[in-house]
Design a protein around this ligand. Structure first.
Ligand code: FES
Length: 140
């Protein structure tokens, strides 16, 4: 029996691939560096609590990052594309997992390994360095 915790969401949101995680309200809370994304946590109230996330996206620059604050307060960043069909993901509170927003809701551990749906490969996990209230996400 599959005991994977599923983020409960209306099916029409899953059909249209609409994720629960939003973009930062303060657009100045992050910027693109040289092969990095630089984040100012003082401008990101969305990440004050653990098990929350934001989407950092810039289509022109090809940036599509999911930044997650884990239950222990550590930060995790991913290329925000499900291995199955490239839809976006959300953190699942209480499970330390990420879950695709689609109907298939492929679930991943924080290391990017798929736990459901028998997919090959791993999410692109970015290194996150923290210095006080500043994060550097390395996009390599
Ligand atoms: S896009 Fe199909 S499960 Fe993620």
């Amino acid at each position: 029996m599959d005991t994977t915790k599923v983020l409960k969401r209306p099916v029409f949101l899953r059909l249209f691939g609409l994720c629960a995680t939003g973009q930062p309200k303060d657009k100045t809370s992050w910027r693109i560096g040289e092969g990095t994304v630089e984040v100012d946590l003082t401008r990101l109230p969305e990440l004050q609590q653990p098990e929350r996330a934001v989407r950092l996206e810039d289509n022109a620059a090809g940036i599509r990052v999911l930044l997650v604050k884990g239950p222990d307060g550590s930060f995790h960043a991913y290329r925000n594309e499900c291995l199955h069909g490239k839809r976006r993901m959300d953190p699942v509170p209480g499970a330390e997992t990420l879950q695709c927003c689609s109907v298939g809701h492929t679930t991943y551990d924080y290391d990017g390994n798929p736990l459901t749906n028998d997919l090959d490969g791993q999410l692109n996990v970015y290194t996150v360095e923290q210095r006080d209230d500043a994060l550097t996400i390395k996009l390599d």
